[in-house]
Design a protein around this ligand. Structure first.
Ligand code: NAD
Length: 346
C-alpha cells in the first residue's frame, strides 16, 4: 500500500516541488493538506483528488489523529513553526518529515526528537540531496578517498532573496500578529554548505570560525545577516571554506584531495546539477530528488528501517549553525565538541 502524506503549508516549496513530486512517488501519495488559506483548497483538491475529509487548517490540525488515510505529516512552514507542528503531528500519532532547517535552536530540535520518540514515530528532515545522485557521488568520492585524502572543501550557497516573496526569510514575518523570529541566509541556504562539506568529508568538524559580511543594504537586512563566510576545521587538519548570502549568488561544492579534485556546480539546485572531476565530467542523470526522498522515508516506515536523514542530523546542523553564529559574533574559534556526531555514510 502507498502511505498517505499530508502537506502542511501550501507555499512555494509545496506547490512547486513537493506536490508535483508526490505524483511520481511509488511508496507514498498526497492524501491530505493543511492550510490557513481557504482560497487554495479547491485547486489542490482538484489537482490531487483530495476528499474534503482530508483537508485541515491550523485549528483542526490535531484531528488528523483520527484519520487513517494520513501516515506521514510533512511540515513545510516557516522555520519558526517547525517545532510546534512537528510535535503536534507526533502527538497525533503520525510519522513526520520536517523541512530544513529543523528548528530555530537546538533546544527545539531536541524537543521534536523527544516527542517523536515518545510517540514511537519516525522523524526525518527534508534533506533531499542525500537522495540526489550527483551529491551521492560526492559522498562516495570523498568518504572513500577515491582521489586520496580530502584536504580542502569549498561549499558556497547564496541567493538573491527578494524582500516581498517570503518576508519571514528576512526576519520580517509575523505569527499570530506578533513578529516571528528566524530567517537569514545561514539558516535557510547556508545549511546546504554545512551539509555538503560534512557528507563530502564524512566527518563532523571539530571547530569553526566565521565572519559576517558587511551590510550594504541596511533596509533589507535590518533583522538578519546579509551573509557569512565560515570555515569548518576537521580533526585531520583539513578545512571546509564556506560562504552563504542573501545578496549574492553562488552554488558550488568542491573537494580538493591529495590526487585530484571533484566538484558540483550547481550543487544544491532541484535540477540541472553538473559534476566534474580532475579526470573529466561526471555522467550522471538528474532525477526528481523530492520523490526519491519521500519514497525512501516511506520505505523506512514500511520496512521499519532507520532513515539516513534523522532528526538527530537536523539537530547536528542547527548546533553547527549556533556555533558558527557564536564564532561570527565573538570573532573567536568555537569548538564543536558538543555537536552530535551523526553521519550518513555511503
Ligand atoms: P513560503 O513562504 O512560500 O510558504 C510558507 C507557507 O506557510 C505558506 O503556505 C504560508 O501560508 C504558510 N504559513 C502559515 N503560517 C504562516 C505565517 N505565520 N507566516 C508565513 N507563512 C505562514 O515558504 P517555502 O519556500 O515554501 O518554505 C517553507 C519551508 O520549506 C521552509 O522551512 C523552507 O526552509 C523549506 N524549503 C525547503 C526547500 C528544500 O529544497 N528542501 C526548498 C524551499 C523551502
Amino acid at each position: 500500500r502507498k502511505l498517505g502524506v499530508a502537506l502542511v503549508g501550501l507555499g512555494k516549496y509545496s506547490e512547486g516541488q513537493l506536490g508535483p513530486a508526490l505524483k511520481e512517488t511509488k511508496n507514498c501519495r498526497l492524501a491530505g493538506i493543511v492550510t490557513g488559506t481557504p482560497d487554495k483548497v479547491d485547486k489542490w483538491k482538484r489537482e490531487y483528488d483530495i476528499p474534503d475529509k482530508n483537508v485541515y487548517n491550523y485549528e483542526t490540525f490535531d484531528q488528523m489523529a483520527d484519520n487513517p488515510d494520513i501516515d506521514i505529516v510533512y511540515i513545510v512552514l516557516p522555520d519558526a513553526m517547525h517545532a510546534d507542528y512537528t510535535i503536534r503531528a507526533a502527538q497525533a500519532g503520525k510519522h513526520v518529515i520536517c523541512e530544513k532547517p529543523m528548528a530555530l535552536n537546538s533546544a527545539d530540535c531536541q524537543r521534536m526528537i523527544d516527542a517523536c520518540n515518545k510517540a514511537g514515530k519516525k522523524l526525518s528532515i527534508g534533506y533531499r540531496l542525500h537522495f540526489e545522485p550527483h551529491n551521492l557521488e560526492m559522498m562516495r568520492l570523498g568518504q572513500r578517498t577515491v582521489f586520496g585524502r580530502v584536504n580542502q572543501i569549498i561549499a558556497e550557497n547564496g541567493q538573491d532573496q527578494s524582500e516581498n516573496e517570503s518576508p519571514w526569510r528576512l526576519g520580517k514575518g509575523t505569527l499570530n500578529g506578533k513578529p516571528m523570529p528566524g530567517g537569514g541566509p545561514l539558516h535557510d541556504v547556508g545549511v546546504y554548505a554545512i551539509q555538503g562539506a560534512i557528507y563530502t568529508k564524512g566527518e563532523v568538524p571539530v571547530s569553526v570560525t566565521a565572519k559576517y559580511h558587511p551590510i550594504t543594504d541596511k533596509e533589507k537586512f535590518s533583522e538578519v545577516e546579509q551573509g557569512v563566510d565560515f570555515q569548518m576545521q576537521f580533526a585531520d587538519g583539513s578545512v571546509a571554506n564556506c560562504r552563504t548570502s542573501f545578496n549574492e549568488k553562488y552554488n558550488i561544492l568542491r573537494a580538493e584531495a591529495a590526487n585530484g579534485w571533484f566538484e558540483l556546480q550547481p550543487a544544491y539546485a532541484y535540477d540541472g546539477l553538473k559534476g566534474k572531476t580532475s579526470q573529466g565530467d561526471m555522467d550522471i542523470e538528474n532525477v526528481n530528488q523530492q520523490a526519491r526522498q519521500m519514497d525512501a522515508f516511506a520505505d523506512c516506515i514500511l520496512n521499519n528501517k532507520p532513515t539516513s536523514v534523522p532528526g538527530e542530523m537536523g539537530l547536528r546542523d542547527v548546533q553547527l549553525i549556533e556555533a558558527i553564529e557564536r564564532a561570527a559574533k565573538t570573532g573567536t574559534k568555537v569548538s564543536t565538541q558538543e555537536v552530535r556526531k551523526v553521519l550518513d555514510s555511503t
